[in-house]
Design a protein around this ligand. Structure first.
Ligand SMILES: [Zn+2]
Length: 410
């Protein structure tokens, strides 16, 4: 169920140095049923390494992807805030790069929420997603979807049967892929000469600036920055020509890549690489300092929760996202501190969080038994949640942010 890489997935250097260990953890989306509470849970090392050659921050211990993704329970359309994000994204790509009828492919297309915007404007579309339940939902919504993992082989098949693409989109998936060379080769084969490959991923800068270490879980194999991605694509005749930074799921980068020389290279590419240099991404000591901050943050969070318990406060978690499980398992926050996790996604209701086994409950159950304090695991939705929970807060209810150099209570 687990393999260990001996070299960097971008540059193949064997100079990988460990800088952070979050302990052995179960896969962050492996929620369990109550009847399985005593069954053994698989736990795998969650250790992060830095490549001394290309500077990619990465996991070496790779959990089998079938185990992680085959029955994925995350549906994009279930997240209302994301719909506007995807609409704006689609309109931007169409305006900048597409001609009427152009072919658009999306990797990890989920239930087709993004591709539908292209289809509605007359583009030919194709999704690729390995999760059977999600791919069939997309099909039923009218989004043609191949149920498979993207690979060079699959890229060749698609190019042969459907033609090459004017745009290939990959949101929050590149970091999930172990074989980056296979990915880049596939993109090079499937992209037409003026085509654009657009990837969006959490930006490592965010982890340094906001201590968002909860983006670390087994599904996220790489913690991406522009410099290592440039090293990757250059090996396969591809060139990054623009980078945008978006405030979605923390800070994300949207990286635009084409065939070498096909697009004019914007100053944003060099600007990002310079920022990464300023933050010390090319020096191991910077990562060691980051790890020290993570350890200090854990200590402060546990002390805060214990103090609240001593004061007789009741604590629950707000949201049960995958990233929250990294925090819960790393800090060992179980039902002795936190009673339950309120979650709006019905697919997680009545389950237990992996590892720490917090019961996941729906809104009605939480509101009939409200806590004094919510640990805000879904901090990326901070603003809409604070607005939604005005009544809770007006009665004295508090929110604690689980990450950061200092503990924030709102
Ligand atoms: Zn490397």
């Amino acid at each position: 169920m687990i393999t260990t890489n001996s070299s960097c997935r971008i540059c193949k250097s064997s100079q990988l140095r460990k800088f952070l260990s979050l302990g052995d953890q179960p896969p962050a989306n492996r929620f369990i049923e109550k009847k399985d509470i005593d069954a053994p849970e698989p736990q795998y090392p969650l250790d992060v390494y830095w490549c001394a050659n290309c500077h990619l921050a990465q996991l070496r211990d790779i959990v089998d992807k079938q185990e992680l993704f085959e029955n994925y329970i995350y549906f994009s359309s279930g997240m209302p805030k994301l719909s506007d994000h995807f609409r704006n994204y689609a309109e931007d790509i169409m305006r900048r790069f597409l001609r009427p009828g152009d072919f658009v492919i999306e990797l990890a297309s989920n239930d087709g929420i993004l591709l539908k915007f292209f289809k509605d404007r007359g583009h030919r579309i194709l999704g690729v997603d390995p999760a059977k339940n999600i791919a069939s939902k997309a099909q039923s919504l009218g989004v043609a979807t191949i149920c498979d993992f993207f690979s060079e082989d699959l890229a060749e098949k698609i190019a042969k049967s459907e033609g090459k693409a004017a745009a290939i989109l990959a949101n929050n998936v590149v970091a999930h892929i172990n074989d980056h060379h296979d990915l880049a080769k596939g993109i090079a084969k499937l992209l037409d000469e003026r085509g654009v490959f657009v990837l969006e991923a959490p930006y490592l800068v965010d982890m340094f600036e906001n201590l968002t270490y909860d983006t670390i879980y087994h599904e996220h194999l790489s913690y991406l920055a522009v410099h290592p991605l440039k090293t990757l694509f250059e090996q396969f005749g591809l060139e990054i020509f623009d980078v945008e930074i978006h405030p979605v799921q923390g800070q994300s980068i949207r990286v635009f890549t084409g065939k070498k020389g096909a697009h004019e290279v914007a100053p944003s590419v060099a600007a990002c690489i310079e920022r990464e240099h300023q933050l010390g991404f090319d020096a191991f000591e910077s990562y060691q300092k980051l790890a020290e901050r993570v350890t200090a943050s854990k200590k402060k969070l546990i002390e805060t929760l214990r103090e609240l318990k001593r004061q007789g406060k009741r604590i629950a978690a707000y949201g049960a996202p995958a990233k929250g499980n990294t925090v819960l398992n790393f800090c060992k926050i179980g039902t002795d501190l936190v009673d339950y996790a309120l979650e709006d996604l019905p697919s997680k209701h009545a389950l237990l969080t992996p590892g720490m086994h917090l019961p996941v409950v729906d809104r009605k159950t939480a509101e009939s038994n409200p806590p004094d304090v919510y640990l805000l695991l879904a901090w990326n939705y901070l603003k809409p949640i604070l607005a939604k929970e005005e009544v809770f807060r007006s009665r004295g209810g508090k929110f604690i942010l689980p990450i950061g150099d200092e503990i924030t209570i709102l």
